[in-house]
Design a protein around this ligand. Structure first.
Ligand code: HEC
Length: 627
């Protein structure tokens, strides 16, 4: 997966759309500038492969740039650059020193955290089957109340230009991860801060909350939070205190990162592993590509002990041939797991979807769905949905004007990964179906017993690749599946110049929108596509996974509008534009822009939580309340 492509491109889009181009800083040949030229410019000068342009980097804080290079999205690029040089680069871009501490953008809570009421909306999929459906008791609101939602408070994430971590809400506390690696415990009603835990790297996935259960967890009187970071570390943290219970690294590959979220079930923590670092590293002609393999690791929830680990590509990469630079090409590789696996308690199975291979040879594990035994990790069935998808960011020719580089596989595929997991839908007439969608916008229903297709079609008929696709996930209410679709097509005749308006560089797909499908057949019940979304407002596309309550589904779009739609008709019940500045708790200002990432929304106790980012400092978490 070119994980880079969607969010940063979109964040870039958003910034350009709002016309907030940074003024060009004074050009003087400094140490920092020379370092930037040699380490960063080849991607960031021209916006290659969706890398944010230099003008955009200049709007970040020095800490955010430094954090990105040491523990975030660019840590693989930054790993061999001395610390002093990284600071020089950050200084060159922002004209400010990297500060030792974070900006205090939060207000500390006066009272002590007491997680007495353990009612929780927590975990990426909310239910183990990944329906993303919040029931009446937990949501604390019905479809009729949705129109009363009003902004209660905003939280500005220190030093972050993007945020993707889906909040978990339990007992009146919101737990959310961030780009800088901090996990925050905020009061749901006021936004004040109870505690902050610093993970080693960016926390992209959802925070998964679990109550203390009958079998122990004596160390905690409240609940446990599980999450992963950009170094492939998994954490169990006491929800009441923010204290670390255990931490374990699930993979030693230098580019391994956790983008999805742990699925916690039956006393085990199942951790999906992807790597958006190595696919990107292959954009450098001299990179020895590629050796990363996706995997699922099962961990004992009390101790952090690894019980088993199943690679998607079963054999380690070996040299396949020498490329045109004489460098070894290693393979097979890739097939990362980008999303949160789906639990089927009745069958004792866990389902997951994979991304593309990174290097030759292409194998039958990429762009596939797997059913593993929950207990042992043994493969019960595997269905490769799209064969021959081998791709890395050295294959520039596919998406932009750069030629293919030596690292690109011999016959590159379309890079149409699965970045969302399947949903296990319980059908009203009995029986179940797995519903899944791909970046190509192919959507499908499969039999959970053996993985055969029940139905399959492409929701966007636009022939251009990525002109509409399913990115981060779906939501389900009863027999209805809500599918967000987003995509843009690059107009190649227009150069990627920061002064060119976005609408000239990209064309938003007409297929973008929110679709409601019949789970059993895939038939479309209603669709709110780009033009037919809201009177007078064109919808730019929905990437973030929606959340459903009885009678209403909430979805955020890449241009920053969050809407509630009536589940049965698609009628808009409520909407709010997050693409502006907000006064935040603690007296700072946060800026919203795009709603994207695996999980941007959560509902609990009559409140809705949404995060929004504009690729500029201080992304926001917004809290709305019906009270
Ligand atoms: C091989 C191409 C490449 C090189 C070299 C590279 N970058 Fe990047 N950079 C990218 C891409 C692509 C993204 C978007 C990644 C994503 O969102 O996962 C990115 C993202 C970033 C971001 C934003 C991160 C975020 O989370 O929003 C910063 C800051 C950044 N790069 C700085 C740098 C600096 C500084 C250097 C040089 C030391 C550098 N990069 C080298 C391609 C590159």
């Amino acid at each position: 997966m070119r994980a880079a492509r969607s969010p940063v491109t979109i964040a870039l889009l958003v910034v350009l759309l709002w016309g907030v181009l940074a003024p060009a800083a004074a050009e003087e040949q400094s140490v920092g500038e020379r370092l930037f030229e040699s380490h960063c410019a080849r991607c960031h000068e021209n916006g290659v492969q969706g890398a944010p342009m230099k003008s955009l980097l200049r709007q970040m804080t020095p800490n955010a740039i430094y954090n990105t290079l040491t523990k975030g999205a660019m840590r693989f690029q930054g790993r061999e650059i001395p610390d002093g040089d990284l600071r020089q680069i950050a200084f060159y871009l922002t004209q400010r020193e990297v500060a030792s501490g974070e900006l205090p953008t939060f207000a500390s809570c006066r009272r002590k955290l007491r997680l007495s009421d353990q009612k929780a909306s927590a975990g990426w999929g909310i239910e183990a089957s990944n329906t993303r459906f919040v029931d009446r008791e937990h949501a604390g609101m019905a479809a009729a109340d949705v129109g009363h939602l009003k902004l209660a408070w905003a939280f500005a994430f220190p030093d972050s230009v993007g945020v993707r971590s889906q909040p978990a809400v339990a007992g009146g506390v919101v737990f959310v991860g961030s780009q800088s690696g901090s996990v925050y415990a905020l009061d749901a009603h006021t936004g004040c801060l109870y505690w902050k835990f610093d993970a080693a790297g960016e926390v992209r996935g959802a925070i998964t909350y679990r109550d203390r259960d009958a079998r122990g967890l004596e160390s905690s009187r409240t609940g446990i939070l599980y999450f992963g970071d950009a170094f492939a570390n998994v954490y169990a943290v006491d929800a009441g205190t923010g204290g670390l219970l255990w931490r374990v690294k699930v993979d030693s590959h230098p580019a391994a990162r956790i983008a999805g979220s742990p699925a916690v079930f039956g006393g085990r923590v199942y951790v999906p592993l992807g790597s958006w670092g190595e696919e990107l590293a292959a954009a450098s002609a001299d990179y020895v590509c590629c050796t990363f393999r996706g995997s699922l690791t099962a961990i004992e929830h009390r101790t952090g002990k690894i019980l088993w680990k199943r690679y998607t590509v079963p054999t380690a990469a070996v040299e396949q041939y020498r490329n045109s630079l004489g460098k070894p090409q290693m393979g097979p590789s890739g097939a990362g797991i980008w999303s949160t696996p789906t639990i089927d308690a009745r069958r004792g199975s866990i389902y997951l979807t994979t991304g593309n291979n990174y290097s030759d040879p292409v194998d039958d594990n990429s762009d596939a769905m797997f059913a593993l035994s929950l207990k042992t990790g043994r493969v019960r069935w595997k269905h490769q949905i799209l064969p021959d998808d081998v791709y890395n960011d050295g294959c520039g020719a596919i998406y932009n004007d750069a030629p293919n580089r030596p690292t690109c596989p011999k016959t590159p595929g379309p890079d149409a990964d699965f970045t969302a997991p399947p949903v296990l839908v319980a059908l009203s007439g009995g029986g179940e179906i797995l519903v899944a969608g791909q970046k190509s916008s192919d959507i499908m229903g499969l039999d959970p017993n053996d993985g055969h297709f029940v139905w399959k079609y492409r929701i966007s008929h636009d022939p251009a690749p990525m002109s509409g696709g399913v990115w981060f996930g779906m939501a389900v209410d009863g027999d209805t599946v809500f599918v967000p679709v987003t995509g843009t097509e690059r107009n190649r005749s227009v150069p990627m110049d920061p002064n060119t308006h976005l609408d000239q560089i990209y064309k938003f797909s007409a297929a973008n929108g929110l679709y409601a499908l019949e789970a059993r057949t895939g038939a479309i019940k209603w669709a709110r596509t780009a033009a037919a979304c809201e009177p007078g407002i064109e919808c730019k596309g929905f990437a973030a996974a929606p959340v459903a309550i009885a009678g209403a589904v909430f979805a955020g779009s890449i241009d920053g509008i969050v809407r509630a739609f009536a589940s049965s008709t698609g009628k808009i019940l409520w909407s709010f534009d997050t693409s502006r500045e907000f006064p935040a708790v603690g007296g700072k200002t946060g800026t919203g822009g795009a709603i994207w990432g695996a999980g941007a929304l959560m509902m609990a106790d009559g409140m809705l939580f949404v995060h929004s980012s504009a690729a500029r400092p201080q992304s926001v978490l917004l809290a709305f309340s019906i009270h």
